[in-house]
Design a protein around this ligand. Structure first.
Ligand SMILES: [Zn+2]
Length: 433
């Protein structure tokens, strides 16, 4: 039995926000309540089963549902020199995540039942819940749909060609229809290749200074608008990944008002940083879609605060040191983000007074869980014992030692942030402390 004492317990689903104790037996939350109620329950159970009571003192800590990340790259299979499901899970646990969804742009990609089955098998003995999205199109070529029925049967929780957009509108409609029928999300990476000069750095002042072509915001906005319109009469759960442009927030706000079934993901890095980070950190700050301007960043924050953007997802994208040490035009795009996600978001959204910590937890756990229909993102008696204990006031400086990922490609090393993950509990076990 695990007894969490004197924490500030948050459940975004019921708006519970109270000082309470939480009792966990095996993989379930058994009781949430006053010290007296929970203590009595613990003693009663101990008399029945003789189990020891292990205590965690949570004074000054927030006790919240374990985070759910709908967008990680664990590079497994095929690119495991960057990350694998084991190191990725450790990084996730250190970041307070108890459920993650792996993207399907692996080597080979997850476009066949064989690749997916192997991943589903290997996910069984990981410390956290690792789910898999499968590809929308064969080999991510955007030419032909995968056997989405078979992939769904084999355990795909959703579909995505993350990394590349689906250019063909007719095929996109077919995919949306299929996703609607299966009632699973379809997640899209929106950067129109025809409008891209070069990916990873915003088209603007910084790209010009560096002599790079740059990725303009219109490459994103045009596809976001297109896919919302394509989905209007289909009504699939359309998830726009890693939104970077302020105009995209406006489009989503409009489309949602029109009743389009669309969801928005935003990353901690797009909320925290701008294209200026590229000047400071070079290729480490190269990411698709790119970090943009301060006006874009403010619009993203507004979108999170007013609910236009539903979820914070990391797009954790590990790359090896030698890959990221290349000149910026040759280095791959992407950055790791699981271990720093809460701190960056807490600093930029909560410490700044823009939103309450319970609302941040909603974006990082409840909303993503709801989109995927997962029994996660909530704290309730009888529910899964997947929790995170947070110190929202702890100030710390990010160092390389804080990363448990195989790769260290974070542009936030040296950054001073506020808010730290103290414990992660998954299935009733402490998987990070
Ligand atoms: Zn992507």
């Amino acid at each position: 039995m695990l007894l969490i004492k004197n924490g500030r317990v948050l459940d975004p689903a019921t708006k519970l926000d109270t000082m309470a104790n939480v009792l966990i037996v095996k993989d379930k939350i058994v009781k949430i309540g006053s010290p007296r109620e929970v203590g009595a329950k613990a003693l009663e159970l101990q008399r029945e089963n003789g189990e020891e009571i292990r205590e965690i003192l949570a004074d000054g800590l927030v006790v919240a549902p374990g985070f759910v990340d709908v967008h990680v790259h664990f590079r497994d299979p095929g690119l495991t020199y960057k990350e694998d499901i084991h190191t990725g899970s450790q990084a996730a646990a250190a970041g307070g995540y108890t459920t993650v969804i792996c993207m399907a742009n692996t080597k080979p990609p997850v476009d066949s039942v064989d690749v997916l089955r192997d991943l589903r098998m290997r996910a069984m003995d990981l410390p956290i819940h690792v789910l898999n999205a499968a590809n929308v199109t064969v080999a991510m070529q955007g030419q032909k749909l995968t056997d989405m029925d078979a992939l769904y049967e084999a355990g795909a929780c959703g579909f995505t060609d993350d990394g590349v957009p689906i250019s063909d509108e007719r095929l996109m409609r077919e995919a949306l229809k299929k996703a609607k029928k299966l009632d699973v999300p379809i997640s899209v990476h929106e950067e129109d290749p025809l409008l891209m000069n070069s990916p990873g750095v915003n088209y603007g002042d910084v790209s010009k200074q560096l002599g790079l072509g740059g990725a303009p915001a219109v490459a994103e906005t045009v596809l976001v608008a297109r896919d919302c319109l394509l989905n209007q009469d289909i009504d699939a759960k359309l998830d726009i990944q890693h939104i970077s442009a302020g105009m995209t927030v406006d489009i989503l706000r409009f489309m949602k008002k029109k009743g389009v079934n669309v969801y928005g993901e935003v990353t901690p890095q797009h909320l925290y940083a701008t294209e200026q980070l590229v000047m400071k950190q070079g290729s480490l700050a190269r990411v698709n879609p790119p970090l943009r301007t301060e006006a874009d960043r403010q619009a993203l924050i507004d979108g999170v605060v007013d609910g236009t953007l539903d979820m914070i997802a990391t797009d954790h994208a590990p790359h090896a040191k030698d890959e990221k040490s290349k000149p910026i035009e040759d280095a791959p795009s992407g950055m790791i983000g699981l271990e720093t996600a809460f701190a960056l978001c807490n600093t930029v959204l909560v410490k700044s007074g823009r939103m309450a910590i319970s609302d941040l937890c909603e974006k990082m756990s409840l909303n993503p869980a709801r989109l995927y229909g997962l029994d996660a993102g909530r704290l309730y008696e009888g529910g899964p014992a997947d929790l995170v204990l947070l110190d929202p006031e702890e100030e710390w400086t990010v160092t390389e030692a804080d990363f448990h990922s195989k790769s260290k490609n974070s542009p936030f090393v040296g950054e001073q942030v506020t808010g730290r993950v103290k414990y992660t509990i998954c299935d009733g076990k402490i998987v990070w402390a």
